[in-house]
Design a protein around this ligand. Sequence first.
Ligand code: GCO
Ligand code: MG
Length: 403
Amino acid sequence: MSRIERAEVFVASPGRNFVTLRITTSDGVTGLGDATLNGRELAVAAYLRDHLVPLLIGRDPARIEDMWQYLYKGAYWRRGPVTMTAISAVDTALWDIKGKVAGLPLYQLLGGRSRDGVTVYAHASGTDVPSLLDDVARFLDLGYGAVRAQAAVPDVGGTYGVRKGEGIYEPASTALPDEQPWDTEAYLGFAPTYLEAVRERFGFGFHLLHDVHHRLTPIEAARFGKRVEECRLFWMEDPTPAENQEAFRLIRQHTTTPIAVGEVLSSIWDVQQLITEQLIDYVRTTVVHAGGITHLRRIFDLAALYQVRTGSHGATDLSPVTLAAAVHLDTAVPNFGIQEYMPHAQETLDVFHSGVRFADGMLVPSEEPGLGVEYDAEAAARFPYEPRYLPVARRLDGSVHDW
Ligand code: GCO
Ligand code: MG
């Protein structure tokens, strides 16, 4: 019987920091898992190296479900992003190995194709309304059928989601957290006007999304959702922090703007009430932060019972390993909604060789066995880890707000 012989943890910064797990079996088959938790990378690397790798050696790589239960229940301490990200990496690597052993791309193991391609949304942003409109136009010209729109709130520095210059949007860009101002009233006055400007200029022939990024209270979110109903958003994302799942009922009672939640959550229990009480329309948990393919599929299946669709997180701090795994799942599940897509930097793609392809506003998975991603450890060694933190938001009176 095949055994897990080696498990290596790589921490590298090709374009940005990534933590990657590579498992090798006694038959010489390798599998990859992403273990990147933005701004807390080394905690997951240590969890893997010090606590999980010793448990993996000698085990049967084919027993994926059993391994998940063993690592989850065996920890005794439940849930949490560090634990769940570490378990995700092991789970994803084992699915990659299973696909390679079977000679099948991962989506085939998950039940085969439900669709020909995975619709993605792009990130348009602007430092003001005209530059946002130019950016939306650019993505529509590139063939995207769905675009997220974010613009800098006038006189409030460092608005979430706004790219500086030509490069890739990267919020974790400083060696210590950047402290940025936040003004709820200014945002509530301004954001609806640029969403309206986008619809006025480009019409309704594409999906328009917006990320509130946990900034509002439930009643403020209700006001926002109601105000932008005429824009017919595909969704408003993370309107209020989701620790209190109950809070979404209040938003729901006031607006028909669809709601998406989940990128910071790590288990089915974190979204249970949101799903079973139909308080959201899209669940955005991901392969890397929510327990891997095994656990995410469980979340998606629960969501399907309640007509909640998927909308997996896909920012560039999720490595090409996660993007590939997400695209395989998206291809297979019946209740797929949309996939976030921000193309990675060239340095990232020089280290992760991925078979995921973009065409006509859609991603398609690789036909290679497993995930269809290879990791070039030699190339990665040229990019050592660099401390990088996400920003912290402060209200105008100086107190800390949700970033
Ligand atoms: C998104 C997210 C990201 C996160 C980032 C944090 O919708 O893409 O909100 O931009 O802020 O992934 O690490
Ligand atoms: Mg988001």
